[in-house]
Design a protein around this ligand. Structure first.
Ligand code: IPE
Ligand code: IPE
Ligand code: MG
Length: 246
């Protein structure tokens, strides 16, 4: 970890979100089934969560399963769900030891009962932790999230709970799955693909984007540190001029 010393602890991204991509290709490269890639992807999740806690990141959001991923072969979907239940069960103790609070976003009603039960249990049992907030995006799609928010807000307007004039960014934020999370500061996507794939469209409005040509199972501490340092070397202008920031 020769770069570790270069992280500026005063300028950490508060919220890191990761599109964990490339498990299938990682396995294919090794002549194995996609499932093998997902199994190894779980190790990368564990590593990354621990490293974010170690480097004092406050919020980490991981894209684990998209609304579109339901269209994958049934056997792959089942494997992903099985891995999820097993990992949640296995990691509860480590989450508590590291003071990590688990959270989930997405259309969780679509998850199989077993997954939802395990998820809710771990969320409840880590609810009082005050360190890293780890959010799993499961059956998550940004368009679905926005659709639900628009429906909820429209219904409140219709029932005179709020007026149309009250609708502002704060109102919209409070109706998103991410209502208790800050905006994303740094979005990382592995695997070399340069796209967002329906992830946190509203929340990444001013995120710094970082694409890395490494398949998810190989993502390690050095890659994470490099991404943070790269983020710290950028100037976030939020529409202003460089001189105004001085
Ligand atoms: C990411 O890896 C994991 C999920 C989407 C669940 P992929 O399974 O998309 O792997 P590639 O992109 O096909 O290599
Ligand atoms: C995005 O990866 C979803 C997750 C990482 C969970 P995909 O592999 O599903 O995205 P596309 O299909 O390449 O855009
Ligand atoms: Mg993929």
């Amino acid at each position: 970890m020769d770069n570790l010393g270069h992280i500026d602890v005063e300028n950490l991204p508060k919220h890191i979100a990761i599109i964990m991509d490339g498990n299938g290709r990682w396995a294919k490269q090794r002549g194995k089934m996609r499932v093998f890639g997902h199994e190894n992807g779980v190790d990368a999740v564990r590593r990354t969560v621990e490293n974010c806690a170690k480097h004092k990141i406050s919020y980490l959001t991981l894209y684990a399963f998209s609304t579109e991923n339901w269209k994958r072969p049934k056997i792959e979907v089942q494997t992903l769900m099985r891995l999820l239940v097993a990992s949640l069960r296995k990691e509860l103790k480590t989450l508590n030891e590291n003071n990590i609070r688990l959270n989930a976003i997405g259309n969780l009603d679509f998850l199989p009962g077993k997954v939802a039960k395990e998820l809710n249990e771990v969320i409840a049992k880590t609810a009082n932790n005050t360190g890293l907030t780890l959010t799993l995006a499961l059956s998550y799609g940004s368009r679905e999230e926005l659709k639900q928010a628009i429906k909820a807000i429209s219904s409140k307007v219709k029932n005179n709970i709020i007026s149309e004039h009250d609708i502002d960014e704060t109102v919209i934020n409070t109706h998103l799955y991410t209502h208790d999370l800050p905006d994303v500061d740094l979005l990382i996507r592995t695997s070399g693909e340069h796209r967002i794939s329906n992830f946190l469209l509203w929340q990444i409005a001013y995120a710094e984007l970082y694409f890395i040509d490494v398949f998810w199972p190989d993502f390690n501490e050095q890659h994470l540190v490099d991404a943070i340092i790269n983020y710290q070397n950028r100037e976030r202008r939020f529409g202003k001029t460089s001189e105004q920031l001085g």
